[in-house]
Design a protein around this ligand. Structure first.
Ligand code: COA
Ligand code: MG
Length: 291
């Protein structure tokens, strides 16, 4: 069996902007930012003494602000922490579109959130950001039908592994690959880690393009100025779309005349390239660039 290809069009999740849940000014900016998803954070972006204020701010922002086309997500504290149950209780009535669950290390942790939120139609997204999380990624990916994405968290993982983060990211290569392969195997989206150097948009673009070529659907953002760079990096260009469209069209013609494989511009074309072209067109469609 080959890896599962989702039959319906997945939600476009190119740029996921994180915003501290206790900061109404930033939340208002995030709501108007044009990010594909806004993640209202109750976890590590909020100081210990501000957790309860953050719950109230997140809940009232969800009810009062217009987030436009952005998906409204809440990042709760980890399953098993004292804060976790109250985070969901305090925000679920404000109807977020989904929850981001951090530091996931087992399928049971996702199922626990699924049970707690079973009455609401919500998406669940799991952050894989510990050594145990990476090792358990397949079980986590298979945990619940409402799980839609695996998010790769390199900063926490580096701390957990005793790895030192570098600009090139070689120390994260294996885990970054494991997360995207596992996500694809279970027809989930994979979302790449944050880029913390706010002043270096060119390196952000390089990292985002590299993640896109690996099969990642998007990347987390921590500042509004990172959004357009990330969105461009995960949106196929007009040229790529035209090339893919042509490939699919020519392939259909060859199939009709009984040829499984052919050459185009001096390169062999067969099914793997056609599937890649179909996926690219599907990403373009999800981003609203292709009908
Ligand atoms: N969401 C929404 N708005 C944001 C934002 C975010 N993540 N980050 C910055 N802004 C806003 C600021 O409020 C500021 O708006 P203003 O000029 O109207 O006051 C504007 O963008 C420019 O911000 P800037 O001065 O460049 O950044 P900063 O020093 O205020 O903030 C950070 C820097 C890193 C603290 C901030 O970007 C941030 O909080 N990021 C999210 C961090 C987070 O959630 N981490 C946990 C998940 S990994
Ligand atoms: Mg983290």
């Amino acid at each position: 069996m080959s890896s599962a290809v989702p039959s319906s069009l997945p939600r476009s999740r190119r740029a996921l902007l994180f915003v501290p849940g206790d900061d109404p000014r930033k939340i208002a900016k995030a709501a108007a930012s044009g990010a594909d998803c806004v993640v209202l954070d109750l976890e590590d972006g909020v100081a210990a003494g501000r957790k309860l204020v953050a719950r109230e701010t997140v809940s009232s922002s969800l009810q009062s602000l217009d987030f436009g086309a952005s998906e409204k997500l809440v990042r709760v504290n980890p399953v098993g922490s004292e804060l976790h149950p109250g985070d969901i209780e305090a925000t679920i009535a404000a109807r977020p579109d989904g929850y981001v669950v951090p530091k996931v290390e087992s399928a049971e942790q996702v199922r626990e959130v699924a049970r707690r939120t079973s009455l609401a139609p919500l998406a669940l997204l799991a952050l894989i950001e510990s050594a145990r999380g990476v090792v358990q990624a397949a079980a986590i990916a298979a945990s619940d039908p409402r799980l839609e994405a695996l998010l790769f968290g390199a900063e926490d993982l580096a701390g957990d592994m005793g790895a030192t983060r570098t600009r090139e990211g070689a120390e994260m290569a294996w885990a970054r690959g494991a997360v995207v392969v596992t996500a694809a195997a279970f027809a989930l989206q994979a979302i790449d880690t944050v880029f913390v150097d706010l002043g270096d948009l060119e390196s952000l673009r390089r990292e985002a393009r590299a993640a896109c070529t690996m099969g990642y659907a998007g990347k987390m953002a921590i500042h509004p100025k990172q959004i357009p760079v990330i969105q461009e990096s995960f949106t196929p260009s007009d040229e790529e779309i035209e090339k893919a469209r042509l490939l699919v069209e020519i392939h259909a013609g060859h199939q009709a005349s009984g040829e499984g494989v052919f050459a185009l511009d001096g390169k062999m074309v067969d099914w793997p390239m056609i599937r890649a072209a179909q996926r690219l067109l599907s990403r373009a469609r999800a981003a609203g660039k292709f009908q």
